[in-house]
Design a protein around this ligand. Sequence first.
Ligand code: PLP
Length: 475
Amino acid sequence: MEFHVSLVDRKDLTGEIYRQLRRAIVDGRLRPGEFLPPTRELARRLSVARTTVTVAYDRLASEGFVSARIGAGTFVNEHVSSSLNDPKRRLADGPLRARSIWDSIPLSTNFAAPAKFDFRTGLVDASLFPHDRWRRLLSRQLRSEIVSKGVYGDPGGHRGLREAIARYIGIARGVDASADDITIGSGTQQALDVVARTLLEPGDQVAVEDPGYHLVRWLFESLGLRVNGVPVDQDGLVVEALPRHARLVYVTPSHQYPLGVSMTLSRRRALLAWAEQNDAAIVEDDYDSEFRFEARPIEPLQTLDNNGRVIYVGSFSKTMLPTLRLGFLVTPPSIRPAVQRAKQVTDWHTSLPLQMALADFIDDGGFVRHVRKMRNIYRVRHSMITEGLTKEFADHLQPVPSTVGLHVAAVARTATVDEINAVARRASDAGVQVETLSRFAVQTPTKAGLVLGYGAISSTSIEEGLSRLRHCFVA
Ligand SMILES: Cc1ncc(COP(=O)(O)O)c(C=O)c1O
């Protein structure tokens, strides 16, 4: 059957082909096993360059909608629409229709049961968290007068926590902020939502790193923003490739997610200069730089910024636990009142007992002790994995140098994206969970490779996990 794609008056041709095919897969017009038109044929029919079509196909593949088989073509994956076309699900359908954007945003499976050898990114070792101490601090706050009064709190956050964070990031990260500059929120994700609501209108252009953090890209898309993926090289985001009209640039300069590179000082300066010339805002996501194992910490963009263009975002998901949902924003004074109003309309404020318990934990030194302990533990895991990759995987993978954070990326020497996907599938069958680099592609197909997190895998399991993964390279 000849699948119809309409490109009349469309500007983002690749994006349009991708969206129309994805919609067809999701609503069952293209069924599991069915082949997409060959790229050459579709390009000819639509009078577009072949790469316009191949990039759209690669994006569908990286998100798991389709697979390519050499010599056969690209076909719809089995699991994709079978779950979406489940008859029970159809019966549950009512007259209300969600916006189509939600069809393209998969629900996280991060909470799924972990594999025996769990190299997923974004996780921490919760078994080493001081749970008893935290329970005591929390239960004291649950009985506190503030909580028993039952009135709402300050949308900007609990004063004591804002002061504690200002002191902590001043010392640990050199971030220049007073308690007034800080707004507490439920992690990075909400911080970005609040920033976008504060600064942007639907239709505005934003720039994100490519490859990059999907959850942020999806958030921006769901708010009706036009998302541009900007390439990343060994020095960080390629500033010359930024689209001129971007109103906001989202970056992870201390430890690029997922490649792991740190943005060089000259790139950081170039980004600040670019933002000044183009009247744009920069969001600096500093999600895991507490875990730095060598070299001097890199200076945050926030510290280098003299023009009030950088919004610094911090999270307690890596230093504490992701389940707490605690993070914060440091905003320039010009937008501070609006940010706090945006936080208020979003959810009034973040849970007060949690904020107060965290303030106590930071003030009594428990937080810094925990971070120090975990840094030493993660340092060992980081070096076991980088050494293992360098020695045992030399024929297959080249690790991306990185001395910070909770994950390491490694680029495939010769394997294609499909071959690496197959390695990851075999690994999963062998009880080893790893993420593929292509999964993080935004617009451009990413190099083939793997990303290995070590937050959730103990050092005693790393060797066996890597050894099983090594065997998966041989089909
Ligand atoms: C790039 C990046 N930023 C931030 C976070 C933390 O997000 P949150 O604070 O919403 O838990 C993560 C989690 O994995 C991440 O990968």
